[in-house]
Design a protein around this ligand. Structure first.
Ligand code: ZN
Ligand code: ZN
Length: 236
């Protein structure tokens, strides 16, 4: 080697066909940092609209209500499982990033916000975003995540509603989940289950879904017999 070229951004060829040089000793270019901040800021801006558009009361169609405001599931209320699924994924991601920021004393994170929108705005601040895009070893993945979550958040904004009905017993989701990244604390999800029916073509995609993780925790029709046994057990 007679010469060394300056390292270029680890995220490969950018939209304009170039591969920009990295900032300092980091893996990424300045444009990726800017894109990351913009995406996270937009996720924060979208959060209230997403939250409000999850559930619509069956009685007062046209009005919206927050799904968190009540644990009771109204029979026949309109629900957007894709929105709930996206909010769930964005919420998990923000909690993961705030933990990463708090783990390094350089970030001076002494109090952890719990509201995902507050966390998103905290992550979008210059210092936090600089740490995540130019210091942490997973920086390229963080930018990829932010961009794909923004895409997902925008795409579910006009996702379809289904009607949802509470199950006759206190049936809860038995999918195993973990709050740890190594999966060390696996436990049943425990969120209420609901039956969902498509509006236009009832039966086309009827499903039993978990209210907390509706896009991942679904009970397909071929497992309904086993579910019926479980409901029977609950009834005693
Ligand atoms: Zn870049
Ligand atoms: Zn679940």
């Amino acid at each position: 080697m007679t010469h060394t070229t300056p390292p270029t951004c680890a995220r490969g060829i950018h939209r304009d066909g170039t591969r920009p040089p990295v900032i300092g000793k980091s893996q990424l270019c300045g444009r990726c940092h800017t894109q990351f901040r913009a995406a996270v800021q937009e996720l924060g801006d979208l959060w209230p609209a997403l939250t409000k558009s999850q559930v619509r009361s069956a009685a007062a169609s046209g009005t919206t209500q927050r799904v968190q405001s009540s644990n009771r599931i109204e029979a026949g209320s309109l629900w957007r499982p894709q929105v709930t699924g996206a909010l769930d994924e964005i919420g998990d991601w923000t909690r993961r990033l705030i933990r990463i920021l708090a783990a390094d004393p350089r970030n001076h994170v002494t109090r952890w916000p719990t509201d995902p929108q507050v966390i998103l705005y905290a992550i979008a601040r210059p210092d936090a975003a600089r740490y995540l895009t130019h210091v942490h070893e997973l920086a390229p993945a963080f930018v990829d995540d932010a961009l794909s979550l923004r895409l997902r958040a925008n795409s579910v904004l006009d996702s379809r509603y289904v009607r949802r009905y509470p199950l006759p017993t206190d049936a809860t989701c038995r999918y195993e989940i973990s709050d740890q990244w190594d999966g060390s604390d696996e436990h049943p999800c425990g969120a209420p289950l609901v039956a969902t029916v498509e509006l236009e073509d009832a039966g086309r995609d009827s499903a039993i879904r978990c209210t907390a993780h509706p896009t991942e925790h679904r009970i397909p029709v071929d497992q309904w017999a086993a579910l019926a046994d479980y409901l029977e057990e609950l009834r005693g």
